[in-house]
Ligand binder design. Sequence first.
Ligand SMILES: [Zn+2]
Length: 237
Amino acid sequence: MKVDNRKILCSNCNAINHIEDLRCVSCGHYIREKIPNIDLWSIVWHLIESPGKAFQRIIQSEKKNFIILLTFLVMFKFFLNSLKLEHHLHSTSQPEQYFFSNFLVATVWLVVYLLVFSFIIHTSLMQYGTKLKFKSIYAILIYSMLPYAILLVVFAPIQYAVFGSFWFLLNPDPVVIQPHFTYLLLIIEFFGLFFSFILTYIGLSKFTSTKMIPLISSLLFHILLWAPLFFIGLYPF
Ligand SMILES: [Zn+2]
């Protein structure tokens, strides 16, 4: 039985337990089903259908499967997006100019950022008495970026099939070749990023009983993630 998002009430002795606990801290009674692994297909489906339950399974799973694979997919997608963003922000310059700085941001920055953000949430929760493993928080964040991975795996091959290397090199701009299709893909892209924000919000809501803190945190998470790309445009290295 659940008390709020973060607590499970023991049906045997009524003790309050943390969401990650498998057995009651007071009497040892099993308080939830054991989840040894995350099944990728079922969790993808759950994240679309019922994200709250999906995040609960991710938190309660003993192993945090696929977080490394997801990190790599998100990294690659973030890199492709960063190239396109630089191209549109600075339409007169060559995308090659930003290639290296974008690559660094997409790889080093993304991973360091995810780790630091998880660490900040982890220590803030500890201060307010919510016990949650660091890797559960990292898993919540990276699974909330699942739309990035879907956009990469599903839509990047379609873009490549339609535009060939134009799409990647942006010369000429895909808008010139296939305007309607480019705008359609852009809408899908924005929808994916917005969905990722919603998932982050729902995921972070699992840690607190308020609505404001997860809302501000998820907004900050996505804004700060993209912020360095605007600086690269100003100061490419
Ligand atoms: Zn108990």
